[in-house]
Design a protein around this ligand. Structure first.
Ligand SMILES: NC(=O)c1ccc[n+]([C@@H]2O[C@H](COP(=O)([O-])OP(=O)(O)OC[C@H]3O[C@@H](n4cnc5c(N)ncnc54)[C@H](OP(=O)(O)O)[C@@H]3O)[C@@H](O)[C@H]2O)c1
Length: 249
């Protein structure tokens, strides 16, 4: 079988550098282009790229992905900044390119993706549920997008199962010790030097508790997810939002 001809856009960045190495080491993949800022996307056409991996910055990603879809190149996107409006525009564009697939993956960590999936499965069995995320202190936003998404999925699963609100008698909390509340689920953010990205999901009911924990220690955590996506995206069409949709869960 011919190798998948892959390109990395943002190849000099933290993620891009690792993705270049991961693709070079992956069986069945061939790196045919590695572009940085200022390199023309037109060169991708000369290299007959099958799959592009987009790991740039929020200001560049939408233009890059538009170019790729307009040239029917399947694309795996890790760059943040894909809000609902951008996703809608991309969905519309993909509607006019029915043979092309794009994955927008807010989190390439397979551990984090599985933790969210397990949490969704567990949610209906436990009265109490809370999320704790731990990140390096350079992170600008809190709570993390993954923690928000986890809370939303737990809340949706509880709601589908007809569970009442989580039990909580707190009346007095002047300093916000109970954390943020996302769709009724309390979310706590810790900023800790030495950590990269971790998440704990705590469930409890009478007499028992379940804790699901995932830790990413470096950007290498994201490479198995990227390689999985590069292998799978050629078999998909349209917009795929979230790596979980390409895993056999
Ligand atoms: N989905 C996930 O699991 C996940 C995990 C980690 C990070 N991320 C996201 O992935 C993105 C990249 O992260 P990073 O840590 O690698 O950032 P980074 O180190 O800042 O790398 C971004 C790279 O993209 C380059 N670039 C910017 N615009 C470009 C363009 N139009 N064409 C080609 N290259 C361009 C930048 O060049 P200059 O330096 O010249 O600007 C830089 O080399 C961020 O949005 C980050 O939040 C996602």
């Amino acid at each position: 079988m011919n190798p998948i001809r892959a390109a990395v856009i943002g190849a000099q960045g933290r993620m891009g550098t690792q993705a270049v190495n991961a693709i070079n080491e992956a069986e069945g993949l061939e790196l045919v282009a590695a572009l940085g800022r200022g390199d023309s996307l037109d060169s991708l056409l000369e290299h007959e790229v099958d799959v592009a991996v987009e790991l740039t910055v929020p200001a560049s990603t939408e233009d890059n992905v538009r170019f790729l879809v307009e040239h029917d190149i399947d694309t795996v996107v890790g760059t943040t900044g894909w809000n609902a409006e951008r996703l809608d525009r991309l969905r519309d564009l993909l509607g006019t390119h029915p043979d092309t697939g794009v994955l927008i993956a807010p989190n390439f960590s397979i551990g984090a993706v599985l933790a969210m999936h397990f949490a969704e499965v567990a949610a209906k069995y436990f009265d109490s549920a809370e999320v704790v995320e731990i990140h390096h202190p350079r992170k600008l936003d809190a709570p993390s997008g993954t923690a928000v998404h986890t809370a939303q999925r737990i809340a949706a699963a509880r709601s589908a199962a007809g569970l009442p609100p989580v039990p909580d008698a707190t009346e007095l909390d002047p300093d916000g010790a109970r954390g943020a509340v996302i769709d009724g689920i309390h979310v706590h953010a810790i900023r800790q030097l030495g950590m990269t990205a971790s998440e704990e999901i705590h469930f409890g009911t009478s007499g028992e508790a379940l804790t699901i924990r995932t830790d990413s220690f470096s950007t290498s955590a994201f490479m198995p997810g990227i390689i999985t996506a590069v292998r799978a995206i050629g078999d998909t069409r349209g917009l795929v939002h979230g790596l979980e949709n390409l895993l056999d869960l």
